[in-house]
Design a binder for this molecule. Structure first.
Ligand SMILES: *Cc1c(COP(=O)(O)O)cnc(C)c1O
Length: 400
């Protein structure tokens, strides 16, 4: 997908296009801070790990409320290493959701364990604790709740199940930097918290990056070895490790960006509140934020009937949207061998058919947001018989 820049020429109809995401707007705002940070790394010659990564690990772990942070080269690597440090391997089962980005499930497969996919709460789109209970077997070793779109999973019942069955809880917080559950930052609630710094995430590098946070000192030590070929001292391999190291330049950039994260998150929350207010009463379902949560709106996803039609009407009129995600993992051809079929996870499947992500990024302007709302109102209308879609529907009924 090409992300249109707001400065690009106006469309023929005189309206500006609204991008789904505008990473360049954010870069322009912090360029003066980023440049010296990058130059410093280049001049010091510390390109892999090093001081900047070590400082970022401390700062980010503290921000998430954890004692240790281990910087890696992606969110996927952080999940993989958390699983290995939890002792998960062949013969084990790990319970997670299908309503997620594919990496959650892929990391379980990398560890050699079998992913067991369960359904989500239809309102929050996070793992349904009662579904976890039903999926437990003697082989279950860990649970990976995903804080999807930036809304925390309901951690208390998950922790309780974990305690009762001696399971490791690994939070997939790749979309949830700064999110809170009952006043606690996600990532430090379970034994491990896994984060991604992919450029489009709420805290994004200018390249790849990820981190595991934990309060378990010996697990942290193990992950530190795993990410760097199983070594503590160069060329002495204590574990069969990986090349999952974070780059110095990314560490330096992420330190700069972390200083802005709270302000960016508050901007996202303000935009979400405004969408809520302006879209209230239309023929669509708005995302929820439970009272015990701080949602960080990595994604602002509405649910609509005839999603493909709504999306193409929006696209025609210059509003870029996304779908997170159109096909749940259990129905992806690559994972047919897990043995699931259509109908197995009804809430997940219904969400995949109706989710539509609206433009959401800290720099989104009120004018851009008004434009999104205006076009959505034209598409969906206030009442069932209103809006372009229902008119199309009625005319097709007539012509059929
Ligand atoms: C982005 C993401 C990942 C993977 O992170 P990468 O840095 O792209 O490897 C894992 N889980 C979820 C839920 C994600 O959104």
């Amino acid at each position: 997908m090409r992300f249109l820049h707001p400065e690009e020429p106006r469309r023929d109809d005189g309206n500006e296009t609204v991008p789904f995401l505008d990473l360049k707007a954010q870069y322009r705002a912090i360029e003066a801070e980023v440049f010296p940070a990058v130059r410093n790394v280049l001049e010091k010659g510390c390109y892999i790990l090093g001081d900047e990564v070590a400082a970022f690990e401390k700062e980010f772990a503290t921000y998430q409320g954890a004692e240790h942070g281990i910087g890696v080269n992606s969110g996927t690597s952080s999940l993989h290493l958390a699983l290995l440090a939890a002792g998960v391997g062949p013969g084990d089962e790990v319970i997670t959701v299908s309503c997620t980005f594919v990496a959650t499930v892929a990391a379980i497969i990398y560890s050699g364990a079998r992913p067991v996919l369960v359904d989500v709460n239809p309102l929050t789109l996070t793992i349904d604790p009662s579904a976890i209970e039903k999926a437990l077997t003697r082989k279950t070793k860990a649970i990976i709740p995903v804080h999807l779109h930036g809304h925390p999973a309901d951690m208390d019942p998950i922790l309780e199940i974990g305690k009762r069955h001696n399971l490791v809880i690994i939070e997939d917080a790749c979309q949830a930097h700064g999110a809170e559950y009952k006043g606690r930052r996600v990532g430090s609630i379970g034994t491990f918290g896994c984060f991604s710094f992919y450029p489009g995430k709420n805290l994004g590098a200018y390249g790849e990056g990820g981190m595991v946070v934990t309060n378990d000192a010996s697990a942290a030590e193990m992950i530190r070895k795993f990410r760097d070929w199983g070594t503590k001292t160069k060329y002495h391999h204590e574990l069969k490790g990986y090349n999952y190291r974070m780059e110095g330049i990314q560490g330096a950039i992420l330190r700069v960006k972390l200083r802005h994260l709270e302000q960016w998150t508050e901007a996202r929350r303000k935009h979400a509140a405004r969408y809520h207010k302006l879209l209230d009463g239309l023929n669509l379902t708005l995302p929820v934020e439970t009272p015990s949560s701080r949602h960080v709106y990595h994604i602002y996803a509405i649910q609509v009937a005839q999603r493909e039609k709504v999306q193409s009407l929006l696209t025609e009129r210059g509003i870029q949207t996304g779908i997170h995600y159109p096909v749940p993992v259990h129905l992806q051809p690559a994972y047919y061998d897990l043995g699931y079929k259509l109908g197995n996870l009804p809430n997940t499947e219904a969400a995949a058919a109706s989710l539509l992500s609206l433009p959401m990024f800290p720099e989104l302007t009120a004018r851009q947001q008004d434009r999104v709302v205006e076009v959505l109102k034209d598409c969906c209308g206030n009442r069932p018989q209103e809006g372009i879609l229902s008119m199309m529907e009625q005319s097709s009924l007539v012509s059929d």
